[in-house]
Design a binder for this molecule. Structure first.
Ligand SMILES: NC(=O)c1ccc[n+]([C@@H]2O[C@H](COP(=O)([O-])OP(=O)(O)OC[C@H]3O[C@@H](n4cnc5c(N)ncnc54)[C@H](OP(=O)(O)O)[C@@H]3O)[C@@H](O)[C@H]2O)c1
Length: 260
């Protein structure tokens, strides 16, 4: 069983290399190969033609795509690049998966919704992205679904990890530098660890591989995966700082002022 992980140096991809190791032979790829991070292959998913060829040549049974353009604000200035990586790459992956008869496990985001809801979003909730990033991720979802390949699409939110670029590490850094932080208190979400996502992904891949075609069809499709509970960015920042202070990671509990 061959499992190709794209974006293996990212927050989720890095954790996936650990959780999928017991499921099959794992091939790791990212924009650049990096043996220190366990990334063996350089595959640019922003080159859709080359991407399909490379994937077909590797003949994986499962393609896990944790690579993405994730700079949400910057995407407003780079819509074509975001579209190439988050959308056109999925056209190529869908084609390659059909050729290899492989499952595609892909990740998407709560940004495909308009964010105006006050209750948790269900999988069949109407999508209405309001940003370049959200539109590019939704286009990727639709391309994957239209490709006709077997796919599992996990929508998640507010991902953080002990490495990479994320809110947790940003708060730890700025809390050590400033006397007070101001953080928005009117946006609520579900902070989700990359490790939890990777663990959940491995469970789903194992189930899919062990299933018969009828059972596989029940596993495939869109699934929302986020940690339980909810918090505002401000509440999350306060919790991060309080815990880091209690653990001795921060010299003082920097106050966080709520803003809209
Ligand atoms: N982070 C979140 O809060 C969040 C929330 C909801 C959903 N998601 C989704 O979850 C998935 C994983 O996110 P993450 O937080 O793990 O992202 P991440 O930490 O930003 O990792 C993405 C990885 O993809 C690589 N990549 C970007 N462009 C590439 C290209 N053209 N070719 C090859 N590799 C490329 C990045 O390399 P470079 O660093 O070199 O660019 C990075 O290693 C994504 O689909 C994302 O949309 C994330």
């Amino acid at each position: 069983m061959r499992i190709l992980i794209l974006g293996a140096a990212g927050q989720v991809g890095f954790e996936l290399t650990r959780t999928l190791a017991g499921v099959g032979q794992v091939l790791t790829a990212d924009r650049v190969a990096d043996p220190a991070l366990g990334v063996a292959l350089a595959i640019d998913i922003g080159d859709p033609l080359g991407l399909a060829e490379r994937v077909i040549a590797l003949a994986p049974d499962v393609i896990v795509n944790a690579a993405a353009y994730t700079a949400v604000d910057q995407a407003e200035d780079e819509p074509e690049l975001a579209d190439r990586i988050n959308h056109l790459a999925l056209v190529a992956l869908g084609q390659a998966a059909r050729r290899c008869n492989a499952l595609v496990l892909h990740y998407s985001t709560d940004y495909v919704f308009d964010g105006r809801g006050t209750a948790p979003y269900r999988e069949d909730h109407a999508t209405a992205p309001r940003s370049v990033y959200g539109r590019s991720k939704l286009a990727g979802e639709q391309a994957l679904a239209a490709s006709g390949c077997a796919f599992l699409l996990l929508r998640t939110a507010w991902v953080y990890a002990a490495r990479g670029k994320n809110f947790l590490l940003t708060m730890l850094r700025v809390a050590a530098q400033r006397d007070e932080l101001t953080v928005v208190d009117d946006q609520v979400g579900c902070p989700t660890t990359a490790r939890f996502l990777a663990d959940t992904s491995a469970v789903l891949v194992r189930r899919w591989l062990a299933a018969d075609p009828v059972q596989r069809a029940q596993i495939e499709g869109i699934c929302h995966v986020a940690s339980a509970g909810q918090v505002s960015w401000c509440g999350f920042a306060r919790d991060i700082i309080a815990r880091a202070h209690a653990l001795g990671l921060l010299a003082r509990a920097t106050p966080v002022r709520a803003i809209t």
